[in-house]
Design a protein around this ligand. Structure first.
Ligand code: HEC
Ligand code: HEC
Ligand code: HEC
Ligand code: HEC
Ligand code: HEC
Length: 500
């Protein structure tokens, strides 16, 4: 059997088994190349990369240095240059600080990016270049940055070293292993008391498997925020790549007011490559802040505070049709000092001005009345007959509704064919629209299907084995602010919200 065939068969078996449970081989998952390698190669190469920052300091003259250790997953030290152990390890270093009076990072390591489109130059957070390595022991190194901390830097502020790295094992057909690590310290000594911990990497990874970017080696939100702060702007589009604004906008995607109005949201990054996020649909619903802002663990209180601090930047990222300075879409706000007076964390009512209230999801609402449909009887279901349905409509309080109060009402009849094997898409009746919604006594309504006799005969409907269902969608006028009423007339015009 040639090698490719062997791999293919293994791949098939693994794919099938992988579905059943998180299968691993030598600690590797079926998504990793090493999973498919033979044992001898694995024992020799030991793919994978573990990176730990051991310490960092900044000398009085601003010289920044950090010590770190690189090993394989078994803890065996790696040679950075790949001469003694398989695969060279490439490393990049970022040094950044959170100024005392601010909550975002400013990176000391930067580069200047000039846009060939706009001619604008921007100083962007970036990795250091041209620093020097000292070998301290097996797998242990010191890196001294070429970049120095600026004169008069605050020795008492939180500083962070970020390292992102990769171990190139392509020579052994084992792909590239990646690792990132960060290290917080206070140059003057003492404990780190201020950190930036707004969202957790694990929360993102619920959807992303592994949040990474720029080819894979930059991993984890702690790493992203060192560079993705208000400091860094894309000079081609003029968009900030601040983590808050960028993440909110990427996931709003096609729902961004600016995109809905015909615009696009994109960033032109490495090699002038444009990435357009205008198509992105967020599977979790953009009002669901908790999809990313999970508040638990040791920093839960800080995380909650962060999410509930309204600013023009954070709120204006999704609500990008507001011009706070010009008073477009919102009364004029020249700074962020008053936002929290009106937009509190949570309020009394759904759809009030509070941050929780404003983002109530309609399907989670306690106030929307909803609809309950009860199918009482389905008649005339023999081959050749036109089925008819008796049904009752109520809201969730038990009040009777009439079909005329609904925006739409559709019936679907599904059943097994009796004249042959079921074929996908053919054993389902076409949806029928309420052409003949009848009166009844105001509670029970009759509906006669619009199926032709031929349709019914062709699908071989047999009494008893079909299932009927009705689906309905309503559009509710909800006055969410003051009265909580459901009729448009109860509300001030600007308080009426139309919900799907
Ligand atoms: C509920 C699922 C979900 C969660 C949670 C989520 N994302 Fe995403 N994310 C998506 C989807 C869907 C896309 C669009 C993918 C596409 O269209 O290629 C996306 C795209 C992205 C992109 C741009 C495309 C890329 O892969 O480079 C980045 C960056 C990103 N997300 C970062 C994050 C970060 C950081 C978090 C946590 C704060 C997060 N995401 C949480 C679903 C999610
Ligand atoms: C060393 C600094 C640095 C780190 C660390 C970093 N980025 Fe970036 N990133 C940038 C810069 C600078 C740009 C903007 C490039 C431009 O527009 O000119 C950028 C652009 C992007 C873009 C826009 C599309 C693209 O690829 O150009 C996305 C998405 C992105 N970063 C996601 C992330 C995520 C997610 C992380 C963390 C896992 C991260 N970045 C870590 C510096 C960094
Ligand atoms: C797709 C993930 C995602 C969703 C959904 C999301 N956020 Fe965020 N949010 C982020 C990320 C990432 C940051 C920046 C984290 C960082 O810089 O450390 C952020 C930052 C913020 C900040 C700024 C915090 C600070 O201290 O700077 C506020 C305020 C905020 N979000 C509010 C909201 C609200 C309100 C919602 C829901 C309507 C929401 N977010 C939904 C990912 C998300
Ligand atoms: C992740 C994106 C996101 C962020 C961040 C966000 N919102 Fe929203 N917000 C939405 C969505 C989606 C809606 C639903 C209405 C819509 O489609 O415009 C909404 C609705 C609202 C409404 C109700 C608007 C109306 O027309 O009734 C208010 C008020 C509001 N947001 C305030 C805020 C404030 C204050 C912040 C900052 C703390 C914020 N939002 C941050 C996505 C966001
Ligand atoms: C005096 C009270 C008040 C202050 C102060 C205030 N807002 Fe508002 N905000 C409102 C009202 C009222 C609405 C309209 C709600 C609606 O349309 O349903 C609103 C709506 C919003 C919306 C949603 C707009 C939409 O419909 O898409 C956002 C986002 C928002 N405010 C952010 C902010 C931010 C950020 C600040 C501070 C810079 C701020 N607000 C200050 C009262 C206030």
């Amino acid at each position: 059997m040639n090698r490719r065939a062997a791999v293919w068969i293994l791949g098939t078996v693994v794919a099938a088994a992988g579905v059943a449970g998180g299968i691993r081989k030598f600690g590797f998952t079926p998504e990793q190349k090493a999973f498919y390698a033979n044992e001898r190669t694995l024992n020799f190469v030991r793919p994978g990369l573990v990176l730990r920052v051991l310490g960092a300091e900044i000398a009085a003259d601003g010289t920044i240095s950090t010590t770190f250790r690189i090993t394989d997953p078994m803890g065996v030290p790696l040679d950075r240059e790949g001469r003694v152990t398989p695969g060279a390890v490439a490393l990049s270093f970022v040094a950044a600080t959170i100024p005392q009076d601010q909550k975002h990072y400013t990176s000391y390591t930067t580069r200047v990016q000039r846009s060939p489109i706009t001619g604008v130059s921007a100083t962007q957070a970036a990795a250091d270049t041209g620093g020097t390595y000292t070998v301290l022991g097996d797998g242990e190194y010191r890196y001294t940055f070429r970049t120095r901390a600026p004169g008069g830097f605050d020795r008492t502020a939180t500083h962070t070293i970020g390292i992102y790295s990769n171990r190139n094992l392509n020579e052994f057909e084992l792909g590239v292993s990646y690792a990132s690590a960060t290290f917080n310290f206070v140059p003057a000594g003492g404990a780190v008391t201020k950190v930036r911990d707004v969202v957790k990497t694990a929360t993102c990874n619920a959807c992303h498997t592994q949040v990474s970017a720029h080819g894979g080696s930059r991993r984890g939100v702690e790493m992203c925020v060192l560079c993705h702060s208000p400091q860094t702007v894309d000079p081609d589009t003029g968009n900030t790549v601040d983590m808050t604004v960028m993440t909110h906008k990427i996931h709003m995607g096609k729902e961004l007011p600016s995109v809905r109005a015909g615009g696009k949201y994109s960033i032109i990054g490495n090699g002038q490559r444009e990435t357009d996020y205008s198509h992105v649909g967020f599977p979790a619903n953009n009002r669901n802040c908790a999809a990313c802002h999970v508040q638990e663990g040791p920093n839960a209180a800080t995380q909650a505070m962060a999410m509930y601090q309204p600013t023009r930047m954070a709120c204006g990222s999704c609500h990008d049709d507001i011009d706070f300075a010009a008073g477009k879409g919102h009364p004029v706000q020249l700074d962020d000092s008053r936002c929290a007076q009106c937009h509190r964390p949570s309020g009394q009512r759904e759809w009030d001005l509070s941050i929780d209230g404003a983002h109530t999801r309609p399907e989670k609402s306690q106030n929307l009345k909803g609809i309950a449909i009860e199918i009482i009887e389905v008649r005339d279901t023999n081959p050749g007959q036109q089925p008819s349905v008796s049904y009752r409509l109520k809201d969730s309080d038990g009040n009777a509704l009439t079909p005329l109060e609904l925006t739409s009402l559709s019936f679907v009849l599904a059943g097994q064919r009796t004249d042959g094997p079921a074929k996908p898409g053919r054993d389902r009746y076409p949806p029928i629209h309420p052409r003949d919604s009848g009166g009844g006594d105001g509670i029970v309504f009759d509906y006669r299907g619009g199926l032709s006799e031929r349709d019914v005969r062709r699908s071989g409907a047999a009494a008893g084995d079909g299932a009927g269902s009705a689906e309905k969608r309503d559009e509710v006028l909800q006055c969410g602010r003051e009265s909580g009423g459901t009729a448009a007339g109860d509300c001030e015009p600007d308080q009426v919200q139309r919900l799907p």
